[in-house]
Design a protein around this ligand. Structure first.
Ligand SMILES: Cc1ncc(COP(=O)(O)O)c(C=O)c1O
Length: 405
């Protein structure tokens, strides 16, 4: 039984700051006590490097770190050997673009959308500059949803990869990944998925998506910062060149310059990894699976509907994504600069993000590059939504602009 009151007790940030309305979960999420304890336990009881030591604490660190691959495999329905740890999505996306740079040639095309986060745009822009590939934008409706017919028309023989967010970070549009993969594969193009805003909010199932690569960050799913995952189909991972070279990822090298790399996923994990981050990520994944991803999703959809129903009654705001059923609510207070309105909310203990949310070409879709994003998670409540809506209703030009003066 999903019990939000009980769940809230798991989060020290909520216990320590009961006055705060934290609606910036799209940026990062709070961490439950079990994740904090797992990180602390590593530091206090078995600090050591991984894949290097032959003594008991190092072996425990190795085992605990490697077991997280199994936990993540269960979370996203893949094989443990298909799970490589990275610092975050940004690092994983750069790895993907780096390895594809060896396969792409001038005139090849990568499909992305104008709703993508910088980490799923800039690595492709670099390939556009350096390899002269084409970037083509998948048509979206005004609320960020992929138009499947328009998407299908983007394909020709030059398209080699599609890279999109499953759930958009500004509008929360949920893309039809399965259908998009099917079309991409008909053209032998790779399907790459940014699962940043989906992981930990709903089930993410590799087998159902039939995608080739997928990445996410631990900090957006109740885990520590600086840890993330790149899933890759194993045969594909075997062909990908690692971006980083160094210790931990090579099997041997010799004075004649020859190098033999380890098999995936280890060949992607050069240098000492974020061991405590990965261990915390495993604990976070188990915590979320124990509550149930479907239960979390249902609760969030219900809370967002409650939120929208209240916000839609306010006549001082414009909402950009009223028809999307999950993800953040993104809006502006009419006539008030987004950051000023966010300042008023901040001064009243409500945390949101304002600005362009790292999606700097999305203004082509929604017509503004400044908005307020209120992103809820499964530990938020109707009572917080009530308090938040009361605050939004109070914002006007006078009180908003003066808040930091
Ligand atoms: C959709 C999306 N993709 C990628 C990222 C980048 O995540 P990270 O900063 O953890 O690399 C974010 C972060 O907000 C995001 O929302």
């Amino acid at each position: 039984m999903f019990d939000v009151k009980k769940i809230r007790k798991d989060f020290p940030m909520i216990t320590n700051h009961p006055e705060m309305i934290y609606f910036d979960n799209g940026a990062t999420t709070y961490k439950p006590q079990c994740v904090i304890d797992a990180v602390k336990d590593f530091y206090e009881n078995y600090t050591s490097n991984v894949e290097r030591g032959d003594y008991p604490t190092a072996i425990k660190a190795d085992r605990t770190y490697d077991q997280v691959r199994e936990i993540i495999a269960e979370l996203i329905n893949c094989e443990p050997r298909e799970v490589a740890f990275f610092a975050n999505i940004t690092a994983a996306m750069n790895q993907i673009a780096f390895s594809l740079s060896y396969d792409l040639k001038e005139g090849d095309t990568v499909l992305i959308s104008e709703a993508e986060h910088a980490s799923n745009v800039l690595p492709w822009f670099r390939l556009k500059q350096e390899k002269k590939i084409n970037i083509r934008y998948i048509p979206l409706d005004k609320q960020g949803n992929v138009d499947l017919e328009g998407y299908a028309k983007c394909f020709d023989d030059t398209v080699k990869a599609v890279s999109v967010a499953y759930v958009g970070n500004v509008l929360g549009a949920v893309q039809p990944i399965r259908e998009m993969s099917e079309i991409a594969h008909r053209y032998d193009a790779l399907m790459i998925v940014d699962a940043a805003q989906a992981i930990g909010h709903r089930k993410v199932d590799i087998k159902e998506f039939d995608c080739d690569l997928l990445c996410f960050s631990s900090h957006k799913m109740c885990g520590p910062d600086g840890a993330g995952v790149l899933y890759g189909r194993y045969e594909l991972l075997k062909k990908m060149k690692p971006l980083l070279l160094g210790g931990g990822m090579n099997a041997r090298f010799a004075d004649d310059g020859s190098v033999i790399l380890k098999d995936p996923p280890h060949c992607f994990e050069a240098g000492t990894p974020n061991i405590e981050g990965v261990i915390g990520l495993g604990t976070a994944a188990k915590y979320l699976m124990n509550i149930g991803l479907n239960e979390i999703h249902e609760y969030e959809v219900d809370l967002r509907k409650y939120f929208l129903d209240k916000m839609i009654r306010l006549d001082n705001i414009e909402i950009y994504n009223p028809d999307n059923i999950s993800g953040p609510l993104t809006f502006n207070v009419k006539g008030v600069f987004a950051q000023d309105a966010a300042g008023y909310l901040a001064a009243n203990n409500a945390c949101v993000r304002s600005g362009n949310h790292c999606a700097k070409i999305l203004h082509n879709v929604i017509g503004t590059d400044q908005s307020i994003r209120a992103s809820i998670y499964f530990y938020n409540t109707r009572e917080e939504v009530d308090r938040f809506c009361e605050l939004v209703a109070q914002i006007d030009l006078e009180n908003a602009v003066n808040i930091f003066i």
